[in-house]
Design a protein around this ligand. Structure first.
Ligand code: SPV
Ligand code: MG
Length: 553
């Protein structure tokens, strides 16, 4: 709420709030102020089209849960005003009660209000601590005229901005005095420098305020608060020539029955459903707070480098070799040690601090329903390969601001594998298992890698890069088995995207596997860093693998 508005008084196109309040006060039209008592109500009032707001003592006290008898301190009022000013761009007239003391308190108040961007203050001719005008008004004691005039004069002398306004409120009618006393006081306050008179009345008709206005004429602007004479048509005020009418308590009064009904319903029903369509959606709160501006600002100010990495898990295939086990779910949802393979994969990434995970589904997509994941569907999974699944995932998420991990949905692994992928600074990193003969012994298909150097104790000190990755690599060229993990640095993602798009568009590549992508990267001159490791992963291809995984995990 605060930050999504420009500083309201800045820029040549905007007049100061004080100036705009003075214009409202002095305009020939009848203007309106709406009550607001905190940041969000002020925001709502401005959005509705009000060109000024009334920070009323009654409602400001009430929102603190105290009485309108100066129980909230003047600095507590000031604190709330600061939020209201930040939340809005329209001028705010503070109901400053009696000025919270004598002339000295008023001049300090005026200085503080100017500093906080409050456009004007209204002070009433009673004694501190005041009581609300509608509670035993006739018993209320009015201030001595001369003493009250000293508050006005001190306030006017204290203001730095010529347009800051001090409205003086005549409580003569409230306290049971007649028109003559009201006029006598108004005249004295006018002479002391008051910018306008607020004439208050507790009658159900506008009789008193109309009589006052008739006698007062246009000596200075006259403000009214028609709370009690609300049935009066607004044209009556207009024709009488009042300057401003204040709707002094209506936002809070509207909120009270709504809150009471909500509280009673929830207490009774012990269930949220009964209320959901009668309360504002949470996103409406966010909107009023200006949450979107903060998101934009984060884009602008927060460094991108540390952005959280994300993972694409390729899990479209059924895994027919697992037979009955995949009759009702895809391979990635087959359980080992009481949890689907996918849950083990997620846990490994989560343990490395990575939680943005997208799963590409194909076979029985509805069966992959773990919470907290994003999903992309490859409807053509039955006759396409992993390259096409990766292409779908990259199309679905255009974010190139963070590193990307590509992982298979049927490969489980010890958590340190993610860390070893994360460590090198290279654009492309893969992990290769030096124990590749194990795959040969088990007679399963594997993606073999040929690298710039085989694994050895010396190789520990060297950077090793991929030369080629293929299933049919001659034995003498094999240095390891690719385990199915690829990490791509954010800065290299546009290049990966372009290559995947290009390869996926070739009709002959519909069933292409990821090892083809790795080899293509190398052929394009990309350096694919290889990290050698031994074991600690399992490619679940067969029932025997499922059993082995049971003990692995
Ligand atoms: C207020 O809104 O706090 C006012 C107006 O001062 S009234 O409650 O009518 O006194
Ligand atoms: Mg008040």
């Amino acid at each position: 709420m605060v930050a999504n508005l420009k500083p309201p008084d800045s820029g040549p196109e905007r007049l100061r709030r004080t100036t705009r309040f003075r214009q409202l006060l002095q305009s020939a039209e009848l203007e309106f102020l709406l009550e607001a008592h905190n940041g969000i109500s002020a925001r709502i009032g401005e959005e509705a089209g009000f060109r000024g707001l009334w920070a009323g003592g009654l409602c400001m006290s009430a929102q603190y849960g105290v009485r309108d008898s100066n129980e909230a301190s003047w600095t507590q009022v000031l604190e709330m005003l600061e939020f209201m000013v930040d939340a809005t761009s329209v001028p705010i007239l503070l109901d400053g009660d009696t000025g919270y003391g004598n002339f000295n308190n008023v001049r300090r108040l005026v200085r503080k209000l100017e500093q906080r961007g409050v456009a004007a203050v209204c002070i009433e001719d009673k004694i501190y601590p005041k009581t609300n005008s509608f509670i035993d008004g006739e018993k209320q004691q009015l201030a001595d005229i001369d003493e009250f005039c000293s508050r006005i004069k001190a306030g006017k002398d204290a203001q730095r901005d010529d347009d800051f306004c001090i409205i003086t409120r005549v409580e003569a009618f409230i306290a049971g005095w007649g028109l003559a006393e009201a006029l006598r006081r108004a005249e004295a306050y006018h002479a002391a420098g008051s910018d306008g008179i607020l004439i208050h009345s507790a009658l159900a008709t506008p009789k008193e305020v109309l009589a006052f206005k008739r006698e007062w004429g246009d000596r200075s602007p006259v403000v009214i608060v028609p709370t009690k004479y609300y049935a009066t048509p607004t044209d009556v005020f207009r024709e009488a020539g009042f300057s401003i009418a204040i709707w002094a308590n209506h936002l809070l009064r509207a909120a009270i029955p709504a809150m009471q009904a909500c509280a009673a319903t929830l207490a009774r029903e012990q269930n949220l459903q009964a209320m959901e369509d009668r309360v504002a959606p949470v996103r409406e709160i966010f909107r009023l707070q200006g949450a979107s501006e903060l998101q934009e600002a984060e884009e602008r100010y927060l460094p991108r480098q540390g952005d959280e990495a994300r993972v694409v898990v390729l899990a479209a295939s059924r895994g027919s070799a697992l037979g009955e086990l995949t009759a009702t779910r895809p391979k990635t949802m087959v359980e080992v040690r009481g949890q689907p393979l996918l849950a083990h994969i997620i846990a490994a990434y989560n343990a490395a601090g990575i939680k943005r995970i997208t799963v590409v589904r194909g076979y029985l997509p509805g069966a992959i329903d773990l919470p907290g994941l994003a999903y992309v569907d490859n409807a053509e999974y039955a006759d396409t390969g992993e390259l096409l699944s990766l292409a779908r995932a990259l199309e679905a998420d255009a974010d190139d601001g963070s590193d990307l991990y590509v992982s298979y949905g049927d490969v489980i692994f010890k958590r340190y594998i993610v860390d070893s992928l994360a460590e090198p600074g290279d654009d492309f990193v893969i992990v290769a298992d030096t124990d590749w003969r194990e795959s040969v012994n088990r007679g399963r298909a594997a993606d073999y890698v040929s690298c710039t150097e085989p694994h050895s104790r010396h190789a520990f000190y060297h950077d090793i890069f991929l030369s080629r990755c293929a299933e049919d690599l001659p034995e003498r060229e094999r240095h390891g088995e690719w385990m199915g993990f690829l990490r791509v640095r954010a800065q290299a993602l546009p290049r990966l995207r372009a290559l995947v798009r290009e390869l996926a568009a070739l009709p002959g590549n519909r069933r292409a596997k990821l090892h083809q992508l790795l080899t293509a990267l190398v052929e394009r001159g990309e350096r694919v860093r290889v990290v050698y490791t031994t074991g600690h992963w399992l490619d679940v291809d067969s029932l025997a693998d499922v059993l082995a995984a049971g003990s692995f995990a």
